[in-house]
Design a protein around this ligand. Structure first.
Ligand SMILES: NC(=O)c1ccc[n+]([C@@H]2O[C@H](COP(=O)([O-])OP(=O)(O)OC[C@H]3O[C@@H](n4cnc5c(N)ncnc54)[C@H](OP(=O)(O)O)[C@@H]3O)[C@@H](O)[C@H]2O)c1
Length: 426
């Protein structure tokens, strides 16, 4: 008889979760092809149960709460089921329905940042166990089972980070997607090596990515992943980096990762509102965003023509301003090296010689188990060591039905420098 797999299954029923059993035990499933032609039992008892979820029925519409949506099924060995207890709201949650992007079909479920407790695990050898508190950046928006706006969401163990005991569950729902975007932007697109961080060493993502089979990486981000910045041009300790939109959640995490690695950071933001926070997070220079032409002059003056790296987190217009600073009058550098401009929210229409333009290869996080697991394992350590400071959050107790109103607040700019986190019962 051959052991073909080991599953985590459960032994006694828990009334709170109709399909889940408490007290997980490991059961070795034994199977002999000559004596037993049944397939190994599948530990997915949730198949027929229902839950509440927030459905989008049409572009430009608000989300609708339904209470009879099927709980998503675990389909792959690498998948887990999470009971969602907190949801962090991202701008994409209102921009997607408003501008018709990121909606593969209708009706659809959105929501990209969640935290909760693991209620089912398929692979008993995974880092993640039933009962773990996890945060999940759900970047795989094409898989409706993984969306956050529902009571139970599927994730992969390599995209789930365990939350340290000292870190609040709600605050943990606020940083996932921002962490993924910031880490890939600096670590893959700009080539920053996180192994040099003394406080909490991280990965060299360029090296990690080079080992990933190209077929594992979606074709549209392959070039960004493999045509990484040449070694001599990579962002490193002592270099200047400008972050335009530094008060965004993504900006504050980008700032922290860059500072941990010894990069000198200029933050463009509303300094009156966010200066104290950005200074506390390590900003070297603060530049006010309300006088853009002056901001360009200040950055030029401070960096004295030595700026080679910029990240824009606001939009095409501010990315175009950064382009002006990186290559003045279209001049190419004497040594032939390039400047690097990464746009998280768009890049300038007109491109300049001497600048390499980047977008963040966000899909890499869920497409490559190796990259995803490397990143969440580091995030666990960053949180455990408190090397990474979590965003400030505004907690909304309204549950799924409160999300429409909270997204209106977000759209109107009613929350500044903070993440709205929705609390779910239980
Ligand atoms: N491509 C990707 O995969 C990816 C991934 C993550 C995020 N993003 C994008 O990145 C952007 C930021 O996302 P987030 O979740 O980090 O945002 P967020 O935390 O919701 O950021 C809101 C902040 O943006 C600031 N802001 C608004 N307009 C600004 C401007 N003109 N100049 C500078 N700051 C401005 C506001 O500060 P004030 O108080 O000054 O108004 C506010 O504090 C979004 O557009 C998002 O869609 C893209």
């Amino acid at each position: 008889m051959t052991t073909i797999s080991t599953y985590t299954v459960t032994s006694s029923r828990d009334d709170k979760y109709p399909f889940v059993y408490a007290n997980p035990v490991r059961v070795e499933q034994r199977y002999h092809p000559e004596h037993d032609d049944s397939s190994p039992a599948q530990p997915t008892p949730q198949a027929t149960a229902t839950q509440s979820a927030l459905l989008l029925h049409g572009v430009g519409q608000q989300y609708t709460l339904v209470t009879d949506h099927a709980i998503p099924s675990i389909l792959g060995q690498e998948e887990i089921l999470v009971k969602v207890q907190a949801i962090g709201l991202n701008p994409i949650d209102w921009k997607g329905p408003a501008y018709n992007f990121g909606i593969p079909s209708l009706p659809w479920i959105n929501g990209r940042d969640l935290a909760g407790v693991v209620v089912a695990v398929r692979d008993a050898n995974s880092r993640i166990r039933v009962g773990d508190r996890v945060l999940v950046p759900s970047t795989d928006y094409r898989d409706i089972r993984k969306a956050a706006f529902q009571q139970y969401a599927v994730a992969t163990h390599f995209n789930a980070a365990r939350i340290p005991a000292a870190t609040g569950l709600h605050v943990s729902a606020s940083l996932g997607v921002a962490f993924v975007a910031a880490t890939l932007a600096l670590g893959v697109s700009l080539g920053l090596d996180y192994t040099t961080i003394a406080a909490c060493p991280g990965p060299n993502l360029v090296e990690v990515v080079q080992k990933v089979p190209p077929t594992e990486i979606p074709a549209d981000v392959r070039e960004e992943c493999f045509a990484a910045v040449p070694e001599h041009e990579r962002l490193r300790k002592g270099d200047w980096l400008v972050i335009w939109g530094a008060s965004t959640t993504t900006g504050m995490i980008t700032l922290q990762l860059a500072k941990l690695a010894g990069v000198k950071v200029i933050c463009v933001a509303d300094v009156a509102r966010h200066g104290a926070r950005l200074h506390a997070l390590g900003a070297d220079v603060l530049v006010d965003r309300h006088a853009p032409a002056r901001a360009v002059e200040i950055i030029r003056g401070v960096t004295q023509g030595k700026l080679r790296f910029a990240v824009d987190i606001v939009g095409r217009d501010t990315a175009a301003l950064l382009q002006e600073v990186l290559v003045e009058d279209g001049t190419v550098r004497e040594d032939g090296s390039h400047a690097h401009l990464l746009g998280l929210t768009g890049l300038p229409k007109e491109r300049r010689p001497g600048i390499v333009y980047h977008t963040v290869p966000i899909k890499l996080f869920h497409a490559s188990a190796g990259v995803g697991e490397t990143m969440v394992a580091w995030l666990e350590e960053l949180l455990q060591s408190t090397a990474l400071v979590c965003p400030e959050v505004v907690r909304h107790a309204g549950g799924l039905e409160g999300i429409n109103a909270a997204l209106d607040t977000l759209r109107q700019g009613g929350v500044s420098g903070k993440r709205i986190v929705i609390e779910l019962e239980g």
